[in-house]
Design a protein around this ligand. Structure first.
Ligand SMILES: C[S@@+](CC[C@H](N)C(=O)[O-])C[C@H]1O[C@@H](n2cnc3c(N)ncnc32)[C@H](O)[C@@H]1O
Length: 265
């Protein structure tokens, strides 16, 4: 398996749920669920569900029946089960979904496509388990050139931690090219019919808190020394100053794409 598939121990999965999800990911789930037209009676799959924010929002719309979340990482699923035990959570690889063809009305995948080692195969798997006429919905971050705040952080990490340190951060932005994303979806026999580029906000108490979350909530923590970490913090405090709101908190813009595609009936 690639080193950049976002595998985490349980403590990091808890940080992911308590910090990453409210600070970054929760905002996208209602957009995705809404644009994909998730409605009552549907069977919905959340691929690479993490701690389950998309599945939870879908269940809030349509009830718990028929909502399933899958992820490769057992620690993420442990947290997902703790937060919402009544939903179905299964360990599975996005590249080999353990479901029969056409099992779901809607298949959603938020902020994870970029970690899959074989993206065409993952999207083909999503298309396979979607019923004819059903929808696949994806959320991915836009390219790093379109990220006014994160671009600065990535530059700082690259300067202090080198390419090994930034390869995880680079992975985040690697699906941001819209033409490439469309081709990927069309290659799986899906018809793109909804696109929105949204400017979300990554909210943190301070630049330090953003750095802590990005480093300690990701595999980056195991790859850098204490001194490197200190330098990254120092420079991020300075560089991210323009994104500090009047109340002292950091509001870093996060540009992302929501793409909805339909399977031919
Ligand atoms: C940034 S998290 C996003 C989680 C969730 N969708 C959300 O919006 O909070 C990326 C997730 O992708 C999962 N993942 C990475 N590669 C995977 C694969 N091949 N199959 C299934 N899940 C995978 C990781 O375990 C992690 O939970």
């Amino acid at each position: 398996m690639s080193a950049e598939t976002f595998q985490l121990p349980l403590a990091a999965a808890e940080i992911y749920e308590s910090e990453f999800v409210p600070a970054i990911f929760a905002e996208w789930a209602p957009l995705l669920v809404g644009m994909a037209g998730v409605g009552p009676g549907q069977a919905v799959l959340d691929v690479a569900c993490g701690t389950g924010i998309v599945a939870r929002v879908a269940a809030d719309h349509i009830g718990t029946e028929g909502v399933v979340g899958v992820d490769l990482n057992e620690a993420m699923l442990t947290v997902a089960r703790r937060v919402r035990p009544e939903l179905e959570w299964r360990r599975a690889d996005a590249l080999a979904l353990p479901f029969h063809a056409e099992s779901f009305d809607t298949v959603l995948c938020q902020m994870a496509l970029m970690f899959f080692p074989d993206r065409p195969r993952a999207v083909a798997e999503m298309a396979r388990v979607t019923r004819a006429g059903g929808r696949v919905g994806l959320v991915v971050p836009a390219a790093i050139e379109d990220q006014p705040a994160y671009r600065l952080l990535v530059d700082i990490v690259r300067e202090h931690a080198g390419q090994d340190g930034t390869s995880l951060l680079d992975t985040y932005w690697s699906c941001g090219d819209l033409a490439g994303l469309r081709r990927l979806v069309e290659g799986a026999g899906l018809r793109p019919d909804g696109l929105r580029t949204h400017i979300g906000t990554a909210r943190f108490g301070s630049p330090d808190e953003l750095v802590t979350t990005e480093v300690e909530g990701t595999p980056l923590a195991e790859r850098i020394s204490a001194e490197t970490y200190r330098r990254i913090r120092r420079d991020a405090r300075e560089a991210l100053r323009p994104f500090i709101a009047d109340d002292g908190t950091l509001h870093a813009p996060l540009h992302g794409h929501v793409l909805i595609a339909t399977k031919a009936s």
